[in-house]
Design a protein around this ligand. Sequence first.
Ligand code: XMP
Length: 510
Amino acid sequence: MILILDFGSQYSQLIARKVRSFSVYSQIVPFNTPVAEIRRLKPAGLILSGGPASVSEKGAPRIRREVLDLGVPILGICYGMQLLVHLLGGEVKPQQSSEYGRATLRHDSADPLLIKMPKRDTVWMSHNDAAVRLPKEWKTLASTDGCEQAVVRHSQRPLYGLQFHPEVHHTRHGELILRNFVFNVCHAQADWKLTDYIEHTCSEIRALLEAHPGARIVSATSGGVDSTVLAALLSRAAGDRFVPVFVDNGVLRAGEAETVRRNFREKIGIEVRFIDASEHFLACLAGVTDPEEKRRIIGREFVNVFLKELGPKDYLAQGTLYPDVIESVNVRGPSATIKTHHNRVKEILDLMEQGRVVEPLKELFKDEVRELGAKLGLPREMLWRQPFPGPGLAVRLLGEVTRERLEVLRQADRIVLEEIKAAGLYDKLWQSFAVLLPVKAVGVMGDSRTYANVVAVRAVESVDAMTADFAQLPWDVLGRIASRIINEVRGVNRVVYDISSKPPSTIEWE
Ligand code: XMP
């Protein structure tokens, strides 16, 4: 495996994903991971990530010198390179003006790191500091106009530094450089396979169940990608000792519960244990209009309802993914903090302490989860569903959640999805849905004046939900959506399209 020591870079996950795409396992750990732990993991190579700090700053994040003496090849990227240079006696200084953006890299080197690399190529720079003097025995392999020491290495040992970011897409042959490092310098084996992951995980689960007769594995299933892949995996491992539980929280979309039930039966071959708690949830939500309060209630009641299904001997399975558990590095101090997440509420932490939680997807990125699902035989439509938030329609219905208002929203939302799918746009959009606004507007139908609800349509493009652009849907699709909603949904006389992007707006309206 290739171990990434994280100095707080926003790109560390990108590095790990790139390396895994070469079929080499890669893991991110905080920069201050003890040397003994690094040795135990037996990495074929180390990558020191970039980071926001400056090496000469007091308290800047460091690694111990012993890490450099492990005999493992090291690639320092940006801050990681500056740290190598600094630790080995070279000099790093702030530059007059920081270099940010595309630059042309030139080299004439036959070094294993640069094999097949064009002699002139575009790379992506983003730094304030640079190495102005290399340590003894180091040499320059490549430069840009603004940065003499753009690619550097130790003359004998496999220690390398890159001032630019090979992991970002703007560095044209960044993937080649990482590949060269992984295979030509570290001589890693391309043996990380998801099929092995399936076999390995299944045998672990089987061993757990064998050691605990009478225990079952219970998981919450929503029909979303992660919980569906988790269910397919657990069903293969545990057969009927796996119990997927679907909770109807009263704020689901039209036909959602039936679709999930049918898909599980037909595509995975398991029956979902179905709990209709809609009355209970709607009673808890009565009179509540504050979005965060809606979220809190739904989250709390979900845990209450779901955990009742867990017998005293049972294990809870969660579809937690790798990005949810990577320890985020606090480079301003020595401690590493773990992000809080809905899979880490108190009741679940208590179960974790008792060793009763299994999270078989927690080493995987989302794209790997989809690939795993495909290997388990799940059809495309189950693996490429648009995300749907846990608090469901409650946060798409501004104001109070009532049965009548939910029904209006459900019908409008069904029409949005039908038309988006019919236009072949579903897969191109990150999300597309309807929102019910808490205002009424005047309209005219036949000879009479109406005073009815307004529905907003939201459709966005995004890669990770951190930022999103409103989708430029064709007018005819928007027109069909509007006219169908107004004609088919009782109580709506106006449809508007949301043309705001994130930031500063958010994807959801609440
Ligand atoms: P925003 O509205 O913050 O949404 O731009 C970003 C992404 O997160 C989803 N979302 C949620 N998912 N529970 C969830 O499980 C929530 O409370 C929640 N709020 C937003 C949203 O659908 C979008 O994909």
